[in-house]
Design a protein around this ligand. Sequence first.
Ligand SMILES: CC(C)(COP(=O)(O)OP(=O)(O)OC[C@H]1O[C@@H](n2cnc3c(N)ncnc32)[C@H](O)[C@@H]1OP(=O)(O)O)[C@@H](O)C(=O)NCCC(=O)NCCS
Length: 302
Amino acid sequence: MGRSGALLAILALAALARCFVPAEMARAPRDRVARSAGGLINKLRAKSGRAKPELQQAEAALSSALPPGSTAPALRARCHELLKSNPEMLKAVSSASDFRISVMTEEDAQDLADLQEEWFPKESCRGGAPWCKELLAHEGVLAFKATLPQDETSAPVGALVALASRAAIEEFGGEATVDNLRKELTIPKFIPWDSPDRRSLGYVLSLGSVGEVRRRGLGGALLRRALAELKQSAGPAPLNLLGKGPKDTALHVVALHLADYNRVARACYEGLGFEMIKEEPESYAGVGRRTHSSLLYALFIE
Ligand SMILES: CC(C)(COP(=O)(O)OP(=O)(O)OC[C@H]1O[C@@H](n2cnc3c(N)ncnc32)[C@H](O)[C@@H]1OP(=O)(O)O)[C@@H](O)C(=O)NCCC(=O)NCCS
């Protein structure tokens, strides 16, 4: 084969190799790509016999809530060091029921602030630990953390914050959120929400699990726990003329906002029955001059 023949053969092989990338990998979301990058890094380390510090950041996956093109934030949460020195702890959590889920208190404020800074854009992490402390102390806030069964230090690997009352949504979601929920949800769907403490609407403020434990059912488990507690906190539905309530809770709807690019979280919420209600273009700042839509999602309680 002449030189041009050899070149053609190499190009054909390269094209073929691209075709054989499994479809799943070709469409892989960012955290799966980062996990497979972590595997490659470990192989490279094993081969060269030394650590490559500049590659360490890739081991914990980038959050799907960060705009496309974001650089990885520093990983401050306690659980990363813990999992690095005790990788066997991960083997004990292969499914949702393996995690310990418990209520978060003011004592967890620093942990919550550290996790939020890893998961969400800087501008949405207002106030750090002092803000989280106020949030966790509010009577209208329901917050849960997930920890590993063998971890005596109880370092959270996942967390969810839900706002159970209108007063809490006003205080921590902001008045614009309340206006948006009234305009798009409570008024058009005739959901009673007149007094500040009416608990017919719950709101998920934030949800996350750390890269090391993703895709083991934790996000779904935290959401199911929050839904159960929101129903409980709303109280029983008013009785009808026959003396029976139409359902066992006064909760009508659970809502949340997320960015359009966060398709992992969208799949997570849709899997639990949430549906998209409204897209608001240019609501979130992206990298550079890019902007992204905000999506209002809701789950109607039957
Ligand atoms: C969204 C997030 C909380 C999901 O956590 P998780 O622990 O991986 O969730 P689960 O394992 O319970 O997965 C629940 C569903 O989410 C979807 N999902 C999760 N990871 C996914 C991925 N990598 N690709 C596609 N869908 C995915 C799937 O529908 C999955 O259900 P399935 O496993 O039955 O297919 C997590 O990816 C995360 O922390 N992201 C960063 C923060 C964020 O985006 N928060 C939400 C906005 S408030």
